[in-house]
Structures are given as structure tokens and as C-alpha cells.
Design a protein around this ligand. Structure first.
Ligand code: NDP
Ligand code: HSE
Length: 435
């Protein structure tokens, strides 16, 4: 059978991996796909590097639009990143009648609604397994493997860079900047690493998962995003003493009132599998009504793990290439006319538990004042430790874990605690997820 021709846009970390794995495993991949999948054109700004990586066996250009419009190409793989040029190239490929594979979570979270609508109009497929959790087939699991279920929530460690930073800082005591540089050298970090550190990359991925899990449009602008840059090592240590680890979680949860869509550091019980996901590894836990909890674990970044997901999409598209568009798997798991406009809830409506750390005067009655405020707010305390004050010290730390409450309730109670004369400065508040 005639080979499928692929045009590759960007031959950097992931593009290089795709080229290498497709070449190395060509026979095995063709046996699965039913025909040869071959890269026939590559666009990259650096055509000399592209020539070195490809051995000059394919058409090379620095004009990516010449690939999206190339009549010989069946599938365009976008691996340049970003949301500017990448969006124009994605739409150009779709409008030229080509299927699109992308690893670009930013592009889909921000412009996905427009891109999927264009793909629907032009009867082409858009596949994006690599956009969430790199090599882990979480998109396929949510979209196809769990299609019998009502999905209740999805929670994941979906940014390798921040998980790597948190693990190395905790285990080796290495400074933040040094670990970040390592992550960049290893090819995990985004071009702009603040996307990783400030939780934006994880929010892109959580947005995509929320759309497929619940059949809602991409609503990245409604996601609540907090990264790890303000996390203090003292809280990592206290969390450890209480039996918890701090992880940057991406959470999408369906409630009767709407969807919680949030990324933030959270305490997770150390006994949970998710708390033991270390280094650049990713894991996603899905709670669904029929199957219960399922966990997906693996490498969330890097050249070949990500290439594995990109090539799986190429195989899927190759197999379904000639199928009627209505017999293909819908882009967002639900049929396009069944996507529902369920609102994303403001963060103040989130229901979760809390870790509170406060610096207090070491004198009688202080604890009673604090617990009275929490009781008045109907916030129940689950655990508490008080650091023993050192000799001559007049202040100490109190750390409390609460049961679940609505976030606005916790915020109001904390404001009252901060107003006590015996409480010094701000209360540190972190969310706690028992999962
Ligand atoms: P890289 O920066 O390593 O590669 C991108 C390549 O595209 C570079 O060679 C770049 O050239 C080239 N490029 C950029 N703009 C253009 C353009 N307009 N025309 C032609 N070539 C262009 O990125 P990655 O491979 O790491 O990431 C690619 C995508 O995959 C991103 O969307 C990323 O978020 C996603 N992703 C990455 C993962 C990873 O582990 N790295 C994991 C999962 C997803 P130059 O260097 O000269 O700018
Ligand atoms: N920068 C991302 C990460 C790459 O660190 O997880 C994978 O999407």
C-alpha cells in the first residue's frame, strides 16, 4: 500500500525524537499501521541542523507554510511550539485538507475550540496524545478506554520540570535555580521555563483533560493557576512531619454546580502512589463511576517518550485515514454537538482541605482563639502540630490540617485569624488533597 507522507514542522527535542524513533522502528510501526509512515519534508528555522539530523534524506525548508500546503503531504506534525505561528500553521494544514498531529498543549488549551471547529469543517483529524503527560497514553485512556464511565475527577502530576525540581530540592537539598538548569539541559523545560514553574504548562494540560473528561469546551482562561515559585521549604518539611508530600497538581473535578479547574501545589498523603511519583515522571489519577480509580504513570517529557505519543497518533490517523469522518473517534471524546457549556467555577467555590501555618506568640489562650474562629466557621481540624519554642523564643509555629470546606469560608476564617494580636504576619495556606 502507498506510504503515508508526513511533514514535520520543527525538528528540535521532540521532532528529533520523532524522526529517530520512526526510522529505528519503521518495520514494527508499518506492521501496526498497515502501511509505511515516512517523513518526506521537514521545516525548521535551522535547516543545517535539520540536514544533520535527517541525513539529508527529506525535503528541507525554513518555510513551514510550504509544508502545510505541500500536495504530497497527508499528515502535518506541528512541533515548533507557541501559540502564534503554530496556530497559523495548524489552520493552514487543516484548510489544506491535512490531518494534524501536535504536542502543543498551549496551542490547544488557548485556541483548541477554533482548531477543532476548523478540523470538523474540513473533515480532518487532529491528534494530540503528546500534549498531555508526554509519553503516557492518557488522552486515549480518557477518550476511549473510559468511554463507559461518568468521569468524576482527574488529578495529575503533569509537569515534569516542577516535579523534578520538588524532588531534587527535597531529596538532595539542591537549590531551585540549579535544578531548573538541569531540567532545561535534559530537554524537559518549556522554551519559557516560567510556564513550567508558574503552573501555566500544567494548566494547559489540565484544561485539555477537562475538555475530554467532561465533554466541555477548552476554558483555559477560567483555570486557576498557582506555581511553585512561592513555596517555602519550611512547608515541605512540616508537610513531611505530618505524613504528606507537596506536589504540583493539575485537577479537573465535576461538581453539580460546575467544573473545578485548578493547578496549585498541594499536600498529598505520603502513602498515596501519586505522592511517590518522583523526578520528571508524570502520573494521572482518574476517578470514574464504573471502573473506580485508575492511575497512569510514565515519562511526561523528553525526546523519545514524547515521540512515542506523537507516533501513536500517526499510527491512529493512518489506520482511520480512509474511514468516513463520522466513524472516527471525536476529537474531544464526545460528539461535537454534545459538547456542553458547563461553567468553570471560581476558585473561591472550590471544596478542599487545608494546611495552615501561622506564627504565633507563645502564650496561653492563643490556640483557643484560633480554634474558636475555625469552629465558628464550621471548619473542623484534622491534625495539628506546634513547634516547641526554643530557649528565649517568644514566638512559635502552629501547623493545622483541616477537613474539607469551601475555599471562601477558609479565606474568611484566615482573615479573622490574621487579625488576632497574637498571630504574627500572614497565615500560609496550602490546599490538601486526599485523592
Ligand atoms: P524545541 O524548541 O526543542 O524545538 C522546536 C523546533 O522548532 C526548534 O528547532 C525551532 O528552531 C523550530 N522552530 C520554531 N519556530 C519555527 C518556525 N516558525 N519555523 C520553523 N521552525 C521553527 O521544542 P520541543 O521539541 O521541546 O517542543 C516542541 C513542542 O512539543 C512544544 O509545543 C512543547 O510544548 C511540546 N512538548 C515538548 C515536550 C518535551 O519534552 N520537550 C514534551 C511534550 C510536549 P529554533 O531552535 O531555531 O527556534
Ligand atoms: N515542560 C513540560 C514538562 C514538557 O516539564 O512537563 C512536557 O510537556
Amino acid at each position: 500500500m502507498k506510504p503515508i507522507n508526513v511533514g514535520l514542522l520543527g525538528i528540535g527535542t521532540v521532532g528529533g525524537g520523532v524522526f529517530a524513533v520512526l526510522e529505528r522502528n519503521a518495520d514494527e510501526i508499518a506492521r501496526r499501521a498497515g502501511r509505511e509512515i515516512r517523513i518526506t519534508a521537514v521545516a525548521d528555522r535551522d535547516t543545517e541542523r535539520a540536514r544533520r539530523l535527517t541525513g539529508g534524506t527529506v525535503k528541507l525548508t525554513d518555510d513551514a507554510f510550504s509544508v502545510t500546503r505541500d500536495l504530497e503531504i497527508d499528515i502535518v506534525v506541528e512541533l515548533i511550539g507557541g501559540v502564534g505561528m503554530a496556530k497559523d500553521l495548524a489552520l493552514s494544514a487543516i484548510e489544506s485538507g491535512k490531518h494534524l498531529v501536535t504536542a502543543n498543549k498551549a496551542l490547544l488549551a488557548v485556541h483548541g475550540n477554533e482548531i477543532f471547529a476548523a478540523a470538523h469543517r474540513h473533515d480532518v483529524m487532529v491528534a494530540f496524545e503528546a500534549a498531555v503527560a508526554g509519553g503516557i497514553p492518557i488522552i486515549k485512556a480518557l477518550r476511549e478506554g473510559l468511554s463507559a464511565n461518568r468521569i468524576e475527577w482527574v488529578a495529575g502530576i503533569i509537569n515534569g520540570t516542577t516535579n523534578f525540581i520538588l524532588s531534587e530540592m527535597r531529596d538532595k537539598g539542591l537549590p531551585f535555580d540549579e535544578v531548573l538548569r538541569q531540567a532545561q539541559r535534559l530537554g524537559y523545560a518549556e522554551t519559557d521555563p516560567t510556564f513550567d514553574i508558574e503552573g501555566v504548562d500544567a494548566a494547559h494540560k489540565a484544561t485539555i483533560m477537562s475538555a475530554i473528561a467532561f465533554g466541555i469546551p477548552m476554558q483555559f482562561d477560567k483555570a486557576h493557576i498557582e506555581g511553585i515559585s512561592r513555596l517555602e521549604s519550611v512547608d515541605i518539611a512540616y508537610a513531611g512531619q505530618l505524613g504528606y508530600r507537596i506536589k504540583l497538581l493539575g485537577i479537573a473535578r465535576k461538581r453539580p454546580e460546575g467544573i473545578e479547574l485548578r493547578v496549585h501545589p498541594a499536600l498529598v498523603p505520603a502513602s498515596r502512589l501519586l505522592a511517590n511519583v518522583e523526578g520528571a515522571m508524570n502520573a494521572v489519577l482518574v476517578q470514574a463511576d464504573a471502573v473506580g480509580a485508575t492511575l497512569y504513570y510514565g515519562k511526561g517529557a523528553g525526546a523519545e517518550p514524547t515521540a512515542s505519543a506523537v507516533i501513536a497518533d500517526l499510527v491512529d490517523i493512518t489506520r482511520l485515514h480512509t474511514a468516513d469522518p463520522e466513524h472516527r473517534v471525536p476529537h474531544l471524546a464526545f460528539q461535537p454537538d454534545q459538547v456542553l457549556d458547563v461553567p468553570v467555577l471560581p476558585i473561591e467555590e472550590t471544596v478542599t482541605s487545608y494546611y495552615l501555618r501561622m506564627r504565633v506568640l507563645d502564650k496561653s489562650g492563643v490556640l483557643a482563639d484560633i480554634t474558636r474562629i475555625l469552629a465558628d466557621s464550621d471548619i473542623s481540624i484534622d491534625a495539628m502540630i506546634q513547634r516547641e519554642a526554643g530557649e528565649g523564643e517568644s514566638q512559635t509555629d502552629i501547623i493545622m490540617l483541616t477537613h474539607q470546606t469551601v475555599e471562601k469560608n477558609a479565606i474568611a476564617a484566615i482573615a479573622r485569624i490574621e487579625a488576632l494580636d497574637s498571630v504574627q504576619g500572614k497565615v500560609t495556606r496550602l490546599r490538601l488533597e486526599t485523592l
